[in-house]
Design a protein around this ligand. Structure first.
Ligand SMILES: CC(C)(COP(=O)(O)OP(=O)(O)OC[C@H]1O[C@@H](n2cnc3c(N)ncnc32)[C@H](O)[C@@H]1OP(=O)(O)O)[C@@H](O)C(=O)NCCC(=O)NCCS
Length: 169
């Protein structure tokens, strides 16, 4: 199967924060951001695999900065690693200053998507070759994160998680 790069799956979604999408502090509601990230990640996974894709797990979300109403929010998603049928998608979220146009990092998240056929059965996806230093770093950590996610979901025995053992033992 054809090798692809993270850049080929890159998906950028930019949108405003409307009052109906905020919490009582007038900041973006967490669930709204999760939905925006899910949509961007789904497009990235689809661009990589060219198949139907489903969200398998949300592995990590860090709400480091609140996002005020009226902000221009950009969600950038890229496949960081592809396994047999699953893909790790790394998301970076930025907010843009109205006057200077400068972008500040607001959040990060990691989602796992699985490519499936029309009956919902997992299918193989192309391998990926990271190019930049950041892509290489994210690629390297992805197997560890996959094993952690599978252990937490009860789908892998901790004793079989080779990458986690390397970290703790
Ligand atoms: C995701 C789904 C297709 C996985 O099906 P499954 O029967 O567990 O299939 P498998 O065990 O073969 O797993 C398929 C891949 O997903 C990976 N996977 C499954 N659960 C995972 C988890 N919690 N974290 C990370 N990876 C996971 C497996 O490791 C495997 O990866 P690989 O093929 O790259 O090695 C199935 O659980 C599903 O359809 N879930 C519902 C998806 C959905 O509706 N999402 C929207 C939620 S509203």
């Amino acid at each position: 199967m054809q090798l692809k790069t993270p850049e080929q799956s890159k998906t950028i979604m930019t949108d405003l924060v409307l009052p109906s999408e905020t919490n009582p502090l007038n900041n973006l509601f967490g669930g709204e951001l999760l939905a925006r990230m899910d949509r961007a990640a789904s497009i990235a996974a689809r661009r990589h695999s060219r198949r139907i894709v489903v969200t398998a797990s949300v592995n990590h979300v860090e709400f480091t900065r609140s996002v005020p109403v009226g902000s221009v929010v950009t969600v950038e998603a890229k496949v960081s690693r592809a396994f047999r049928s699953s893909m790790e998608i790394y998301l970076d979220v930025w907010i843009e200053d109205r006057e200077s146009g400068l972008k500040t990092k607001a959040n990060e998240a990691i989602y796992t998507f699985v490519a499936v056929d029309e009956t919902g059965r997992p299918v193989e996806v192309p391998e990926i070759t990271p190019e930049t230093d950041l892509e290489k770093e994210r690629f390297k950590g992805a197997l560890r994160r996959k094993q952690l996610s599978l252990v937490l979901a009860g789908k892998m025995k901790p004793a079989d998680a080779t990458e986690l053992k390397a970290l703790f033992i």
